[in-house]
Design a protein around this ligand. Structure first.
Ligand SMILES: Nc1ncnc2c1ncn2[C@@H]1O[C@H](COP(=O)(O)OP(=O)(O)OP(=O)(O)O)[C@@H](O)[C@H]1O
Ligand SMILES: [Mg+2]
Length: 283
């Protein structure tokens, strides 16, 4: 479904991603693990055509090279970006509706009401603007927006970050519904959670794939992960995942600031859909 060949990303002279080959087949759920600064988010941004890259990205056999982020989202390759990137001046409800611009006539989308059923907290704040949401609430909106977009494949960049353990469970339950139906590429700092949820994983370190194995094989190679990822890679208990989620939540300082939410031009691909639709209508 997704095939990357020799993908490289540069920021000026910084080589963030170095000749990455990666595949996600059929309905696989695949984790992309790696320490901070490894190039995980850069790789997802290259796949969804948000940043320039060299090499080849094939989605369902189509070369994405000449597609815009807008086209890619409408093809059903939907990216929930790092930092959520919801629209700060749109309400919760409008943010969720924006997912429909990616869905087109595809079946399998969740209705906005279904998202409210999934995250009842959001239903209580449907008229609140994005900038006035906490970090966890923004994350729920970002994930809800992707589900509304009828994804044919999901790229998820740290979906558990900033969420309380009970909400992490809700999010991963929603993802479990999609598992086996669509392919998912998941960036997740919580290694034990990632390996529990995924069939296979890649380990990315300083822009290079160091290892590609099944989750069971990675679990047997705890020392390999520990050497690159440190304490977070302790694989044994689900208590570890809760601890991580709580730590993330405590460390999350982005909540509620319109400035931190970024400009509309910096939105993830689903966001680009809306911005570009508005611009196209205006022209
Ligand atoms: N816009 C940018 N301009 C310059 N360098 C960048 C930019 N974005 C990322 N980098 C650099 O590229 C490298 C990879 O960054 P990236 O955000 O892809 O890492 P990551 O694996 O997602 O890290 P984290 O786990 O902290 O989110 C880092 O060295 C980072 O400093
Ligand atoms: Mg990142």
């Amino acid at each position: 479904m997704l095939e990357l060949l020799d993908v490289c990303v540069h920021y000026g002279t910084t080589e963030a991603v170095k000749s990455v080959d990666l595949t996600v087949d059929g309905t696989e759920t695949v984790a992309l693990l790696g320490p901070n600064g490894a190039g995980k988010s850069s790789l997802l941004r290259a796949i969804s055509q948000v940043i320039p890259y060299t090499g080849t990205v094939l989605f369902d056999g189509a070369d994405l090279r000449r597609r815009t982020a807008f086209d890619v989202a409408r093809m059903g390759l939907i990216h929930v970006p790092e930092g959520r990137r919801i629209f700060p001046t749109l309400t919760v409800h409008e943010n969720l509706l924006s997912g429909l611009t990616a869905a087109r006539s595809r079946r399998g989308k969740k209705s906005v009401d279904a998202v409210y059923d999934l995250f009842p907290n959001l239903a209580l704040m449907r008229s609140r603007q994005g900038y006035a949401l906490s970090g966890g609430e923004q994350q729920m909106v970002a994930i809800g927006r992707a589900l509304v977009g009828a994804p044919r494949m999901l790229l998820l960049d740290e979906p558990s970050l900033g969420l309380a353990p009970i909400i992490v469970e809700t999010v991963f339950n929603a993802l479990r519904d999609l598992k086996g139906q669509i392919p998912i590429l998941l960036v997740e700092q919580n290694t034990s959670l990632a390996l529990t949820e995924c069939d296979r994983a890649y380990l990315l370190v300083t822009g290079e794939i160091k290892s590609n194995a099944t989750s069971a094989e990675f679990a047997d190679r705890g020392s390999l992960l520990a050497s690159f990822l440190g304490r977070e890679s302790h694989l044994s208990s689900s208590a570890g995942s809760n601890e991580h989620a709580m730590t993330s939540q405590m460390n999350d300082t982005t909540s509620g600031s319109p400035k931190e939410l970024g400009t509309s031009r910096e939105m993830g691909p689903t966001g680009y859909c809306v911005v570009e639709s508005i611009e196209r209508r205006a022209n």
